[in-house]
Design a protein around this ligand. Structure first.
Ligand code: CA2
Length: 145
């Protein structure tokens, strides 16, 4: 089972600024946490982070050719703006779980819209890095059914 963990803009900045919202751990800490969990679960996991919308679209299309079974996706700010990213996930038709580190539903109005949630099989928010772990477990179970 091949799962891609895709992260959008500024996620590479985790732990550097705004620790009160996103915590003190870094992007590398996140990768380590997911890698260990995926290994224990026997899941083949790969990672990609980009600050560029088109780059994320390219990576979603690549997931189709690479025969990726599922995507764990935190589109970050593009969650709230990007029809291109929604269309890409629709086009590849790969089961996708949306993850947000912070509780977006309790934040600013402009964060209340999520385009990706229109296609995501599940949305997890406000659980910090553990949200990615929950997403992996959910996706694994979903794909095994
Ligand atoms: O809570 C989440 O995971 C978000 O997707 C994170 C995005 C934000 O735009 C979404 O509304 C919710 C922001 C990514 C991280 O941004 C940072 C900003 C400053 C310092 C470190 C990270």
């Amino acid at each position: 089972m091949k799962i891609l963990v895709l992260n959008g803009p500024n996620i590479n900045f985790l732990g550097i600024r705004e620790p009160h919202i996103y915590g003190k751990s870094t992007y590398n800490d996140l990768l380590k946490l997911i890698k260990e969990h995926a290994h224990n679960k026997g899941v083949d996991v790969s990672f990609y982070q980009s600050n560029h919308e088109g780059d994320l679209v390219d990576q979603i299309q690549k997931a189709y050719y690479d025969k990726i079974d599922g995507i764990i996706f935190n589109p970050a700010a593009y969650t709230h703006t990007s029809v291109a990213i929604l269309d890409a996930v629709k086009a590849v038709n790969i089961p996708t779980v949306e993850v947000h580190i912070s509780a977006v539903d309790k934040r600013e109005d402009f964060r209340q819209i999520s385009y990706i949630s229109k296609i995501a099989i599940k949305t997890i928010s406000g659980k910090g890095f553990d949200g990615y772990i929950e997403a992996l477990d959910y996706l694994k179970e979903y794909l095994e059914k």
